[in-house]
Ligand binder design. Structure first.
Ligand code: GLU
Length: 450
């Protein structure tokens, strides 16, 4: 696999210190081995060299004034990775951990994720190291306006269409859209995740979590099983985690955990998701406060996590849904899950499992649903929002939900069939990477060297 070593060595030289990006590239390239053996023409067209290099990367300064009247400066990013299959598409992340490597890995993943949906979507990602935590509503608005004052010149409804991600929900999207519209004097569908009143789509907010649970169910159904009665470990307590929990309940499963940066909550009877929403909407409350209404639940503070691991994965569960952030599920955690009899790991977040964790899960022959397949329901519903906005229409919840289910089923089928075609039935990681890559690569070849 010299193309893999060569590519990684070159990236380390030309894009230094981007560890998360190398990790994402390594995972995809490893999966491509059987495809490239059969179809070496992809190497001839230098498809890999072209695919690991973003078409355009924008870095900018974001200056804004806080409530004390002091000037704050943040970094802003938009990586326009690939426009092969459609406008650059992917969210904006506002989190203090954001840097060039994180945005680039997310943009790279997004290209394959969007290809897997079967829709006409290119891939991109953006964000800022701005920390929304503890900021007032007017600070959030001023930051979003400052961010869009630069971003607007790079985006457009058929050029680049951002959306939300960690730290960017419908409030932030509303402020971003408002500022774009003010500058451009045009009601363009230039960002998704908007409220319905602003040209958004019903169910866009729920779609990533719902899609993730649908995907898990399709995966189990193919094994003549299903989510009914299954115990599910879920991490995170944000949009993806809470909507995954909602849909898991609807499909008859019992989600028993959630977590945030302070610690993990476990409730064997099933997490009371309304109570979690109450806690999360109160800026001063902590997940630990759940114990005051549910005395049988357990809380483990972050400092008491197992060494090199996260307490949430050390309970017994039939399935695990990492829905928080990258590299949150380690090799130690994967071993604990396998030993406790977990049958499937479904990535709700982007790259939440480390490389060693993925290898442990796959080697133990447990089902593994990579994020680029399992969490694609969000971006897919963004495309449904783009279609509604462009046609100045608003579809019913039933219509959006049925399209979302069809898309998730299509993603499962494409990943499953590609895994079978290349002699590794059940290896959805391999199947998803090959199916996503092949769609982009074939279109790139048709479009010539551009
Ligand atoms: N941030 C989401 C993702 O990781 C959604 C992107 C979008 O809707 O454009 O896929």
């Amino acid at each position: 696999m010299t193309y893999l070593q060569d590519t990684l060595a070159r990236l380390q030289q030309t894009s230094p210190a981007q560890t998360e990006f190398y990790q994402a590239v390594e995972e995809v390239l490893e999966s491509l081995e059987p495809l490239l053996e059969k179809k070496p023409h992809y190497l001839k067209h230098s498809i890999i060299e072209r695919m690991v290099e973003p078409e355009r990367q924008i870095m900018f300064r974001v200056c804004w004034v806080d409530d004390k009247g002091e000037v704050q400066v943040n970094k802003g990013y938009r990586v326009e990775f690939s426009s092969t299959l459609g406008p650059y598409k992917g969210g904006l992340r506002f989190h203090p951990s954001v840097n060039a490597s994180i945005i680039k890995f997310l943009g790279f993943e997004q290209v394959f994720k969007n290809a897997l949906t079967g829709l006409l979507l290119g891939g991109g990602k953006g964000g800022s190291n701005f920390n929304p935590k503890g900021k007032s509503d007017s600070e959030i608005m001023r930051f979003c306006q400052a961010f869009m004052s630069e971003l607007y010149r790079h985006i457009g409804p058929t050029t680049d269409v951002p959306a939300g991600d960690i730290g960017v929900g419908s409030r932030e999207v509303g402020y971003l859209f408002g500022q774009y519209k003010k500058i451009k004097n045009s009601y363009d569908g230039v960002i998704t995740g908007k409220s319905v009143a602003n040209g958004g789509s019903l169910l866009r907010n729920e779609a990533t979590g719902y899609g993730c649970a649908y995907f898990a169910n399709y995966m189990l159904e193919a094994q003549n099983s299903g989510l009914e009665g299954k115990t599910c470990l879920v991490s995170g307590a944000g949009n993806v985690a809470l909507h995954t929990i909602d849909k898991l309940y609807e499909l008859g499963a019992i989600p028993v955990s959630c977590s945030d940066s302070s610690g993990t909550l476990y409730h064997a009877d099933g997490i009371d998701v309304d109570q979690i929403r109450k806690i999360k909407s109160d800026g001063n409350a902590s997940l630990k406060d759940y114990l005051s209404t549910h005395s049988k639940a357990k809380y483990v503070a972050r400092d008491d996590n197992p060494k090199n691991g996260n307490a949430v994965w050390h309970y017994k569960g039939d399935l695990a849904f990492p829905c928080a952030t990258q590299n949150e599920l380690t090799e130690v955690d994967a071993r604990a899950l396998v030993e406790a009899g977990c049958v499937a790991v479904v990535e709700g977040a982007n790259m939440p499992c480390t490389r060693k964790a993925v290898n442990t899960i796959v080697k133990a022959e447990r089902l593994f649903a990579p994020g680029k397949a399992a969490n694609a329901g969000g971006v897919a519903t963004s495309q449904l929002e783009m279609a509604q906005h462009a046609g100045m229409q608003s579809w019913s919840e039933e219509k959006v939900d049925s399209k979302l289910q069809d898309i998730m089923h299509g993603i499962y089928t494409r990943s499953h069939q590609a895994a079978e075609e290349f002699g590794q039935p059940g290896n959805l990681l391999l199947g998803a990477n090959i199916a996503g890559f092949r769609r982009v690569a074939d279109a790139m070849i048709e479009q010539g060297v551009v």
